[in-house]
Write a protein that binds this ligand. Structure first.
Ligand SMILES: NC(=O)c1ccc[n+]([C@@H]2O[C@H](COP(=O)([O-])OP(=O)(O)OC[C@H]3O[C@@H](n4cnc5c(N)ncnc54)[C@H](OP(=O)(O)O)[C@@H]3O)[C@@H](O)[C@H]2O)c1
Length: 310
């Protein structure tokens, strides 16, 4: 498992991490086996959010109930969670009160004294960056949160926060898979009037993050679209799956490892946030951490997913 020091922190992190959005209905044993498979694969980095599960903080609580971490176990893990979404509505809330209340709820549910990383989950149109800065200062000085980041944000939204927030913004979690890759595909087809791929949907977020040492975390790495099901083995992506399977045979790994490697091979040094609850799939995806896809192979996958290389 490839690891690196997350810029802006002293955390050594893997480039494949485990998201726990889908564990609400799993048993304690299933959760322990899932997290155990991740840890055995070198994944000691867990991604949560206050809103994962049917009830607020449900997945965080199920994780803590199943794992019953000792202080020594806790110290070996990087635990990241998110705040800023209000389910009833829904709407987004980056107010001081909401952020503090959410983090206190996450700490209680996770049964821990601190979060390694807190992300602002989705951009709040009514954000007052001074309030976010005050919340981050208080959470940091109380020892409740060690590092801060964002999710689904544009360069301008991050710049606005950075004008007021003192702590570095260390991560931006964004939707990215081979088939859902506007942040990468747009730049490949820049400046072409007739091509939908040329339309910028995120104002150059990938280059912005690279320029500012903000680590991109790729969520839904195997989903074809927005929770539409995975492209792996999907009859809707015959050409892509044929290339994935050929490369999987060449590298002697399962196909999911090639889909993972398409992201880890990118020089932006991203983290892939797995969402599977199947231990074997975690182990198989982890094998993609260090596969050195060639440029030709990486672009072949890109083209087979339907993106143009003009
Ligand atoms: N920041 C954000 O806005 C945001 C949004 C969404 C998600 N996330 C984070 O990203 C993580 C990953 O998201 P995701 O769960 O949508 O990503 P994913 O890993 O692309 O999808 C996993 C889902 O696909 C299913 N699946 C079916 N066939 C599969 C196959 N062959 N290989 C792998 N999975 C297969 C899995 O089922 P099984 O469980 O049965 O294997 C699981 O339900 C979440 O856990 C969460 O931490 C963040």
């Amino acid at each position: 498992m490839k690891t690196f020091t997350l810029p802006g922190t002293d955390l050594v992190v893997p480039n494949v991490v485990l998201g726990l959005m889908r564990i609400a209905d799993k048993s304690d044993d299933e959760i322990r086996t899932l997290v155990g498979a991740a840890r055995d694969s070198g994944i000691a980095f867990l991604d949560h959010a206050d809103v994962y599960g049917t009830e607020l903080h449900e997945c965080e609580r199920r994780f803590a109930e199943a794992l019953r971490l000792t202080p020594a176990d806790r110290a070996e893990l990087v635990i990241q969670t998110k705040a800023g979404i209000v389910r009833s509505g829904p709407y987004f809330d980056f107010s001081y009160e909401h952020l503090i209340e959410s983090v206190d709820g996450s700490l209680a549910a996770l049964d821990t004294d601190y979060l390694d990383i807190l992300l602002l989950h989705r951009p709040d149109a009514l954000v007052e960056p001074e309030e976010v800065a005050r919340a981050f200062d208080d959470l940091s000085s109380a020892g409740k949160v060690r590092a801060f980041g964002v999710s689904n944000q544009t360069p301008g939204q991050i710049e606005l926060l950075r004008k007021y927030v003192q702590q570095p913004i260390v991560a931006n979690q964004l939707q990215l898979s081979i088939t859902h890759a506007p942040m990468i595909a747009q730049g490949v087809a820049a400046n072409m009037l007739a091509e939908d791929q040329s339309v910028s949907r995120d104002v150059g977020i990938i280059d912005y993050c690279r320029l500012h040492d903000i680590t991109i975390q790729a969520w839904s790495p195997f989903q074809a679209g927005f929770f539409t099901g995975v492209f792996l083995d999907s009859p809707e992506y015959p050409e892509l799956n044929a290339v994935i399977e050929r490369l999987a045979a060449e590298y002697d790994v399962p196909p999911i490892a090639i889909a993972t490697a398409w992201i880890t091979r990118h020089p932006a040094r991203m983290q892939v946030v797995l969402g599977t609850t199947t231990p074997d799939r975690v182990r198989a995806a982890a094998l993609g951490s260090e596969i050195p896809l060639t440029r030709a192979q990486w672009y072949e996958l890109f083209r087979a997913a339907g993106h143009i290389v003009p």
